[in-house]
Every structure is written in C-alpha cells, then in structure tokens.
Ligand binder design. Structure first.
Ligand code: BG6
Ligand code: MG
Length: 218
C-alpha cells in the first residue's frame, strides 16, 4: 500500500494573490512617510510577517520611528489591507487550486494551511475555502516566523502526520526554507532560480496536473 501523505499550503501567493493588496497598502504607508516603494521592493516582503515587513519598509525609506508610532502604522496598514480583503471573492482563487483541492478530497488526502498571515481565516472565508482545510495554522499560532519550521510542524501535528510525509506548497524563499527545515517535501511556486532550494518548482499553480500530483505522491 502507498504511504499516506498530506499537503500543507501557504496562503498568500499560493491559494490567492494577495501580494498586490499588501503592496498597495505598504506603498500608501511609504508615501505618507515621504518615500517611494516599488513593486520590486515589495518582493522583499513576501512570506515575511507584518512586523518584519514594516521594519524592512522603514529601512528602505531610511526612517526611524518610536515603538508607539510603529504600532499605529501597523494598524493603519492592516486597516487598508482589510478593505481590499473584504472585497475578495472565490474568483480570486489562483488557477488550478480548486482542481487540486478537489483531487485531494477525492483521494482522501488531507491538507492544512500554514501561513504567516494573521488574516488567513478571514481571507479563506472570503474566497469560500475556510471549511475545506482539515487544519489552519496562521500568524496567530506561531512564535517563530518562516524560515523557522514551526508553522509547518504545528500543521503536521494537527493533521496527525509525520513531517516527512507532508508536502509543502510555497511561493516564498523563507517558506521553502521552513519546509526543508521541517524535513518536508517542498514545492515552490514561482521562479526556479529564486526558489532553487525547493525539491520541485512550478512556474505557477496551473502546474498541478494530475500527472505531477501522482509523481510527487509516489
Ligand atoms: C504572508 C505574506 O503570507 O503574510 C506577507 O506573504 C505578509 O507579505 C504576511 O506580510 C503577514 O500577513 P498579515 O495578513 O498578517 O499582515
Ligand atoms: Mg506566500
């Protein structure tokens, strides 16, 4: 009999493309502080926690602020981000993901979410996927951010699976590193050069063909 496997999915950049909304909110914040923030610089924030993202942004703008002011800005950024999130619908699920989840359901393969986002449950609810995951681990559940493996190890525990039987789908370098550190199989979504540490790389989520899924399950 084939060994049982499970999937753990990152959210932002794998299930939905929220990077564009994070970008709009961070750019507005940067502009309000008097500096520019480009889409290229936004790449640096992928997979990175909200607090760490602000630190990176302030470094780009060469701005130093008090802790109190930083807290205010974090709330301001998230409030704007949530305005975009609240308008999200199932249309924003990335191509191939619904089919992949259907395949996993039909084959009794469990899956969990392993995301750095504290907004993960809300986003899943908005796109109609909240009830499909066996377990959800998000930014509220972890004390150590990716590339630390904590988020995925908790995911495996909640799925009642051994780490080595879990397959992680990630679009960020830090996420691939976290999966590797957890001793899980890593599938990167994006540029193979950037995600070179992943066991497999797909340029986008349409790459989850039945053939590919069968290959990684065997
Ligand atoms: C990650 C995103 O999934 O979540 C990051 O890739 C984001 O860009 C992080 O900063 C935290 O998200 P949130 O929703 O808690 O601000
Ligand atoms: Mg991501």
């Amino acid at each position: 009999m084939k060994k049982e496997k499970a999937f753990i999915f990152d959210l932002d950049g794998v299930i939905v493309d929220t990077a564009k909304y994070h970008f709009l909110a961070w750019r507005n914040l940067a502009n309000s502080l008097g500096f520019e923030f480009t889409e290229e610089q936004n790449e640096l924030l992928k997979g990175v926690s909200r607090v760490k993202s602000l630190e990176i942004l302030l470094k780009i703008g060469n701005v130093e602020l008090t802790e109190d002011k930083k807290q205010t800005l974090l709330i301001q950024k998230n409030t704007e981000y949530l305005q975009y999130v609240n308008k999200m619908t199932a249309e924003e699920i990335l191509p191939g993901i619904n089919e992949l989840l259907d395949f996993l359901d039909q084959n009794n393969i469990k899956y969990a979410l392993g995301s750095a986002s504290k907004n993960a449950p809300l986003i899943l609810e908005k796109v109609g996927l909240l009830n499909r995951f066996t377990a959800i681990v998000d930014g509220n559940d972890v004390s150590k951010a990716k590339p630390d493996p904590e988020v995925f190890l908790i995911g495996a525990q909640k799925l009642n699976m051994k780490p080595e039987d879990c397959i992680v789908v990630e679009d960020a370098i830090a996420g691939v590193e976290a999966a590797n550190a957890a001793n899980m199989l890593s599938i990167g979504i994006g540029d193979a050069e950037v995600l070179k540490e992943a066991d497999y790389v797909l340029s986008d989520t349409t790459g989850f063909t039945t053939d590919f899924i069968q290959k990684i399950l065997n």
